[in-house]
Design a protein around this ligand. Sequence first.
Ligand code: ADP
Ligand code: MG
Length: 460
Amino acid sequence: MNVEILWSNLLSQIKDELTSLSYNTWFADTELYKLDNGKAYIVVPMPIHKKHLIDNYAELISNKLSEITGAPYELNLLLKEEIETEIKEKEESKDNIIIEERVVTNNYNVNSNLNKKYVFDNFIVGNSNKFAHAAALSVAENPGNMYNPLFLYGNSGLGKTHLMHAIGNFIVENSNKKVLYVTSEQFRQDFVKANRKDDKGTNFNYIDFFKNKYRNIDVLIIDDIQFLGGASQSQQEFFHTFNNLYNDSKQIIVSSDRSPEDLKQLEDRLRTRFCWGLTVNIFPPEFTLRTEILKKKIIAGNFEQDIPDEVVEYIASNIGPDVRQLEGSVTRLVAYSAIMGGEKITLDLAIEALKDFISKGIGEKNDVHRIQKMVSEYFQISVEDIRSKKRSSNISFPRQIAMYLCRTLTNESFPKIGTEFGGKDHSTVMHSVEKIENEIKVNKDLANIIEKLKKDIGIV
Ligand code: ADP
Ligand code: MG
């Protein structure tokens, strides 16, 4: 049986036995490389997979393999690079003349370093990034002609790398142009390598390799140019590379965490060149876009249980603007619920799971949630209850206190506070606030509780 069919057969059986989170994390990206001499060589995406699969799933995999093939196999887990080394070593032993050169030549043209995961289709557009998205798309549709260079800048986690890969993938799919994506760090390393002499005191091959890699392309995407830093020789080489490509109308796309003017470590002549084309600032996503990104990620994640809207809103209002953290929080929440034995994802669970992610005092909306959480904890009721319409006094009294604290400690309006407490109207909130205000005057104990809560909440 063909190893691919065998493995997909095995995976589909394993898929039925595991949660989709475990399956997707540990098995989805594995491949069977070969069965040879009683050994099964399995390719895994990252080193962590080796340990985790051996520690947790060795028996399961072995059993399935022998069920399907009728023979026992010893498991050997390998990374892709390790397989490549193995192939190389094999070829070398057959014919050990200039194998190194052959490998290098192959890499010249084939490897664009593009990540297929990042495409326009899964880039979600909102006000903050629509200009960047549009500029990226027009460059993708017309490389070398529209905006050259395209300079994208903005803080970490706002989608620059995603957009750059999307441009590259689009071009590769729709033309036969050669695209190369590198980080400025990769460029620097390649440059250093090109100038290193080999054992025979020559560096001919590497300089050749470098020139070929960086000049023999149609589109150069260089990410995080700020890390090219003060390394001036690499900078000069980049300057030459830039000129060379630019003069040939090859598209150059650059990203940075700051604008060209603020790239103080780079030489002026390079900074001015960055402004020759189009410079686009990508902004932090607004609340609606954060919510939309979260919803799409949840759908794409194909999790076993739904994540309620109020949890999505909680994440969107408390985490951000870094989209990476938004994604991380969903992963963490789902993992947390799985670790807790598949516990249902509720607002309370989310608050618990994400407590280390959510820092204090990021904005007013956070404060409302924090107040709700602190007051619920103090009175030992759940956040869901405090946000609910329940009227029993053990819940409605803490709720009134929480409303009072929201009104006095944050700038939120009565109607806004009402919305945060299960959709109460503004007069209910006003009434609650007044009631607590009056009671504090005559009830020392309550006044003390409120003081303590204020201190714990830490807004004052
Ligand atoms: P940057 O390069 O600006 O630091 P990335 O492109 O690496 O940011 O984005 C971080 C993560 O957030 C990636 O997984 C990316 O797919 C995701 N992301 C960022 N913006 C969006 C968006 N608008 N739509 C979908 N995913 C996004
Ligand atoms: Mg990036």
